[in-house]
Design a protein around this ligand. Structure first.
Ligand SMILES: Cc1cc2nc3c(=O)[nH]c(=O)nc-3n(C[C@H](O)[C@H](O)[C@H](O)COP(=O)(O)OP(=O)(O)OC[C@H]3O[C@@H](n4cnc5c(N)ncnc54)[C@H](O)[C@@H]3O)c2cc1C
Length: 248
């Protein structure tokens, strides 16, 4: 069985991000980049399926050379092949989905996995767009899955509960934190990944349908107010919560 996993290379959530001088993109200097965390769950899911029932896991990423770092990490985790859809142009989610879908059509995997959301632009759009472009069934926000023959049963997280759905393969899944806690690459895996090639493809050019006009950081939080340090402060605290904060 062939598994494809789409991974994005994003700023580490622990990194302090600043808006760049153009006012519509982030300042990239000094930012540490990682595989988008939900995409790491997707890589782990594919590796577990492969280990259980054999097959091949291919990871792909659209972007510039910097994305090779995340592709190499996936190789170190144990995937078989990494592909960079190399492009330094500006693309919105639709453009990224188009590049991925064009390559996936040719690759024809049985299972296509995405993270539920990329933790940079947070659209939760690319995976489902790719499913539409390829005319494949999809299940989003999946916390665990089973594959039997040509059928997949997926447990989806929904508001206040879970929903179990069944789809015929080939199909697209977007993975949420759940059953697939990612493994740490072993030293052997890291060493082996250094020597593995990363295939490069040139996606067809495409104009962005969405243009970023401006990017701003949220206003700085106001300093906290200390109302008092003993029980005598409680009436004033209650009054402020009621009249100022309006939360009680
Ligand atoms: C106007 C505009 C211009 C942009 N220009 C650039 C640019 O020039 N360079 C750049 O790097 N980013 C650019 N971005 C950001 C880029 O579109 C996003 O990083 C990427 O598409 C993810 O977007 P998202 O948050 O909507 O993903 P989501 O829809 O939240 O992602 C869902 C899943 O799709 C998969 N996925 C997302 N992105 C990729 C990817 N690149 N490769 C493989 N799989 C992926 C992952 O599995 C991810 O978990 C731009 C965004 C906008 C709106």
């Amino acid at each position: 069985m062939k598994f494809a996993v789409c991974i994005n290379h994003v700023p580490d959530t622990a990194t302090k991000v600043h808006v760049g001088p153009d006012g519509k993109s982030i300042e990239k200097t000094g930012v540490n980049y990682v595989i988008s965390p939900y995409d790491e769950y997707a890589v782990e899911a594919a590796l577990r399926f492969k280990e259980k029932q054999s097959g091949e896991v291919i990871v792909l990423s659209w972007g510039g050379d910097a994305h090779k770092e995340s592709l190499r990490k996936a190789l170190a985790m144990g995937v078989d092949k990494a592909v960079l859809l190399k492009d330094d142009s500006t693309r919105d989610s639709f453009g990224v989905a188009r590049a991925l879908a064009d390559y996936l059509r040719e690759l024809a995997p049985d299972v296509i996995l995405f993270g539920k959301q990329s933790v940079d632009y947070d659209d939760s759009a690319v995976g489902i767009m790719v499913a539409e472009m390829l005319g494949l069934p999809s299940a989003a926000v999946v916390v665990s899955m089973e594959i039997t023959g040509g059928t997949a049963k997926a447990d989806r997280e929904i508001e206040g509960g879970h929903e179990v759905v069944e789809v015929q393969l080939p199909a697209v899944f977007t993975i949420q934190k759940g059953a697939y806690e990612p493994r740490y690459p072993s030293l052997k895996g890291i060493m082996a990944a250094k020597g593995k090639p990363i295939e490069e493809r040139q996606p067809a050019p495409m104009e962005a349908k969405v243009e970023t006009i401006t990017m701003v950081k949220p206003p700085a939080k106001q300093a906290g107010k200390i109302v008092g340090t003993d029980v005598g402060a409680v009436p004033e605290l209650v009054r402020l919560l009621h009249e100022e904060a309006k939360v009680i």
